[in-house]
Design a protein around this ligand. Structure first.
Ligand code: F3S
Length: 429
């Protein structure tokens, strides 16, 4: 491994035990990935759920950590300062509305503690899965170490920043050290196209972009697809697409010809490569994916969920417009998820009030999966969930056995107001 004098000092333990272990583990990962080089990063995006969760990135790697283990770990962590801009992925509760979402005080205390720790470590506790829109926006060519598959795909494909799909452990080590292993998306040749995807049907709304993303991930598996036949998406459509690809796939980057900065043309996207395979996304392929992600859709609805990935301010405004002063049905919980920074602006612009008057909860800092997996216990039923997010439709069905309806935001709001999904003619399932 090529190490500078400073790297050797860290490895020697001169900068503390935690940095020493972070460096050792990062070097082991680099060696396993076949590289002898560490490169500097200027941005990290990691997971910072609870102190217990963080402690598991370091020894002793026990399933049950004692309170002594946790105290000793926290003391060591408080001495570390991240040298690079670091933001964190959604957490387990809405810090300001944990009661409204049915969480408990223990979860709240845990999260408050981790926010204090993050502040000490020079880490921004944004709890956002759209860092590329809000608080951690990289430049073209910038080297990053991000975890959160949708954000990684977005950063490589729509901005031209460079990051692999890091684990929460490696992104934390990178945040603390300002380094990552030079492999994968940090190497020019690995960013060229490997497979061709031809889009031959209409892409009508944000869900269609997500369904296309799911098709790409499922078809390619691992590789760098080059996609033709698409117009320039909005940021909101692009984030739906990026979030859906890795539901079935394992991709870090895709090229949309005429959109991706490194794909002004098909030839540039592939460089010297010849496409290994060609896939066609047509009406039939689209319909099959809608079917695959929809489960027992007809009947009363418990939850309408919008905001996976987190909603932008524009999406929140759109939901207010669609509600048009109507109230959601009594049997329905309608949750809209965003970042706390966007929610602050939504409050200032009056959108929070509009949503509240319509019976819609504007939540921040988390995601449905995290809330239900970790944060408290007294939460609304998820028997039938309506969403415009492919990632969420897949996740709630797999994790909680929910029946799912996957429709665009306009239909999500109609269903929230009507209380159920009864329109058997619409998709013909
Ligand atoms: Fe974000 Fe959670 Fe969806 S992290 S992308 S809201 S599954």
């Amino acid at each position: 491994m090529q190490l500078t004098g400073e790297h050797k000092a860290i490895l020697n333990g001169d900068r503390g035990k935690l940095l020493q272990e972070a460096m050792l583990n990062l070097i082991k990962c680099a060696e396993a990935l076949g590289t002898d080089t560490l490169i500097p990063v200027t941005s990290a995006h990691t997971s910072f759920l609870t102190v217990d969760h963080l402690a598991r990135c370091f020894s002793p790697r026990c399933i049950e950590l004692s309170s002594n283990d946790l105290d000793s770990f926290e003391k060591l962590l408080l001495n570390c300062k991240s040298p690079v801009k670091t933001t964190i992925n959604p957490g387990i509760i809405d810090v300001d509305k944990w009661k409204e979402m049915g969480s408990d005080e223990d979860s709240y205390i845990e999260v408050k503690k981790v926010i204090t720790t993050a502040n000490h470590c020079n880490i921004l506790s944004t709890f956002s899965c759209i860092p590329y829109i809000t608080d951690n926006i990289p430049m073209f060519g910038e080297s990053c170490a991000w975890s959160e598959t949708s954000a990684v795909l977005y950063a490589n494909s729509f901005i031209g920043a460079r990051t692999n799909r890091e684990s929460y452990e490696t992104s934390l080590y990178s945040s603390l050290l300002g380094l990552t292993a030079k492999y994968g998306m940090h190497i020019d040749e690995n960013r060229y196209g490997t497979d061709l995807v031809e889009v031959k049907c209409d892409i009508n709304n944000e869900v269609d972009w997500g369904v296309l993303g799911y098709f790409i991930g499922k078809s390619i598996g691992i590789g760098v697809p080059v996609i033709t036949g698409l117009r320039i998406p909005t940021v909101e459509e692009a984030k739906q697409m990026a979030a859906s690809v890795n539901v079935p796939g394992g991709l870090s980057m895709m090229h949309i010809v005429g959109v991706t900065p490194e794909a002004p043309s098909l030839e540039v996207a592939f460089s010297e490569n010849k496409p290994r395979r060609t896939f066609v996304f047509d009406e039939e392929a689209k319909f099959k994916i809608y079917q695959e992600l929809t489960h027992n859709p007809y009947g009363d609805v418990d939850m309408v969920f919008l905001g996976c990935p987190h909603n932008t301010l524009y999406e929140i405004k759109e939901i207010c417009d669609l509600l048009n002063s109507r109230h959601v049905a009594n049997n329905v919980k309608c949750w809209v998820m965003t970042t706390s920074s966007i929610r602050s602006i939504a409050e200032r612009l009056g959108y929070s009030k509009i949503l509240k008057e319509s019976g819609v909860e504007l939540l921040a800092d988390g995601c449905l999966n995290m809330y239900y997996s970790y944060g408290g216990h007294d939460r609304p039923s998820l028997n039938r969930v309506v969403t415009n997010s492919v990632k969420q439709a897949f996740s709630v069905h797999r994790a909680f056995g929910s029946n799912t309806v996957l429709v665009d935001v306009k239909d999500c709001i109609k269903i929230a107001v009507n209380g159920g999904y009864y329109d058997e003619s619409k998709y013909g399932y």
